[in-house]
Write a protein that binds this ligand. Structure first.
Ligand code: NAD
Ligand code: MG
Length: 396
């Protein structure tokens, strides 16, 4: 006889996004175990209202405060008891409140840092999809979580794979027994292209990822390989492994999600179809396993698994991320902020694809890395890198 699992009350921050949709799909499959009690979005108020009608949360938050009346009136018209909130402060307060015990941090970009930190300081179980918060303030976030007893479960297919592989050993000895981590990368939509061939690619081509369906920002990051660079920094903070022991391996089939090599020569990999619902189910139910709506892996049907080295000449963003991680301090915050501004300009067709690494390199070369002991220093570096990159775009 097993005791029934207690009901997990989940705040989904970034509910209207790609990860939000996958999370709510898994949650809705297990009404006895999970309930979405808080749903939050940036500015898509109609999409948020539609989710409220389906999931009936206790609270709904729209970050854009100007949309508060639309949210409040929409909830009332739908006859829902869901309370309406607006603004970043309300978001942080709810992430830290008794309204939830688990927070899915699935806001895109540095905009997700504040609520992630609030959830960490409140000791929540955090399902962390918002990798930018780790790149920007990794040490601070990990320290805050550790002090408050917050548990961080990665919602990134690679890091979930590493997390699962690492659990095969005595995890109380941090990092012990691990020789290296091999982070797999699909290579994105432009794998195999030369630098010259990348000059004319369009946003529509860049967001058409061959294996994963994701939001626009991370899709462009996958096309430049910046996503893999951010993930190396993410892995470094999550698992306390020095950067030199993290390697990147291109694996176009996206079935092996990452590997961990141990000192005894044993390598463990985690495999599965590329569907984030598996990753979210691991995080929601851990250490138990629950149905996620994802089929198993048919290796006979898949046929083969290929591996190759990343091309850092055609995709310099990966090297820039290594460089920022090695420089430390505020350098990863500068890298991340410049990248967010550059990707946004590329999506608006204001700069070319190759301008993305050029703008990030420019920010790293212009702004010196400083020690990053406080959140204020990191946010200042983030703001300066955004201004610098914006100016570089406007004066180009
Ligand atoms: P998305 O663009 O589909 O969704 C982003 C969500 O964030 C939306 O709900 C949006 O309303 C919300 N948002 C944006 N700005 C906000 C703000 N200022 N305040 C509050 N909410 C705001 O993005 P996504 O693909 O779901 O990615 C979300 C995060 O998860 C990113 O950090 C990404 O790197 C990470 N991630 C995504 C995937 C994936 O498969 N999509 C995989 C691994 C990691
Ligand atoms: Mg990933």
């Amino acid at each position: 006889m097993h005791a029934a699992p207690s009901l997990r009350r989940v705040a989904v921050l970034g509910a209207t996004g790609s990860i939000g949709a996958s999370a709510l799909d898994v949650i809705a499959r297990h009404p006895d175990r999970f309930r979405a009690t808080v749903l939050a979005a940036g500015s898509q108020v109609q999409a948020l209202l539609a989710l409220c009608r389906t999931h009936q949360p206790d609270h709904a938050v729209i970050a854009d405060a100007a949309l508060y009346p639309a949210l409040r009136d929409g909830l009332q018209q739908a006859g829902l008891a869901t309370q309406a909130h607006a603004g970043a402060q309300a978001l942080d307060a709810l992430a830290a409140s008794d309204a939830c015990d688990t927070v899915i941090a699935a806001i895109v970009g540095a905009a997700g840092l504040s609520s992630t930190l609030a959830a960490a300081a409140a000791g929540k179980r955090i399902l962390l999809a918002n990798k930018e918060s780790l790149v920007l303030a990794g040490e601070l976030l990990m320290r805050t979580a550790q002090r408050a007893g917050a548990e961080i479960l990665p919602i990134d297919s690679e890091h979930s794979a590493i997390f699962q592989c690492l659990r095969s050993r005595d995890a109380s000895l941090d990092g012990a027994g691990v020789r290296r981590i091999l982070l797999t990368a699909s290579g994105g939509p432009f794998r195999g292209r030369t630098r010259a061939e990348l000059a004319q690619v369009t946003p529509a081509q860049a967001v058409a990822h061959p294996k994963w369906s994701m939001g626009p920002k991370i899709s462009v990051d996958s096309a430049t390989l910046m996503n893999k660079g951010l993930e190396v920094i993410e892995a470094h903070h999550l698992f306390g492994i020095p950067g030199q022991r993290i390697e990147v391996l291109v694996h176009p089939q996206s079935l092996v999600h990452s590997l961990v090599e141990f000192v005894d020569g044993s390598t463990l990999a985690q495999m599965g179809l590329p569907d984030m619902r598996t990753t979210l189910a691991v995080g929601l139910a851990w250490p138990q396993r629950v149905e996620a709506g994802v089929a198993g892996l048919d290796l006979l049907a898949q046929g083969r698994l290929d591996f190759e080295a990343p091309d850092t000449d055609a995709f310099p963003c990966l090297a820039l991320a290594w460089q920022a991680m090695a420089a430390g301090g505020t350098a990863p915050a500068i890298l991340n902020a410049a990248n967010e501004v550059a990707v946004s300009a590329f999506l608006q067709q204001r700069v070319s694809f190759l301008a993305i690494p050029a703008l990030v390199a420019n920010a790293l070369a212009t702004l010196p890395a400083e020690p990053a002991d406080t959140l204020a220093v990191l946010l200042d570096a983030d703001a300066r890198a955004r201004r610098l990159t914006q100016t570089a775009i406007e004066s180009a």
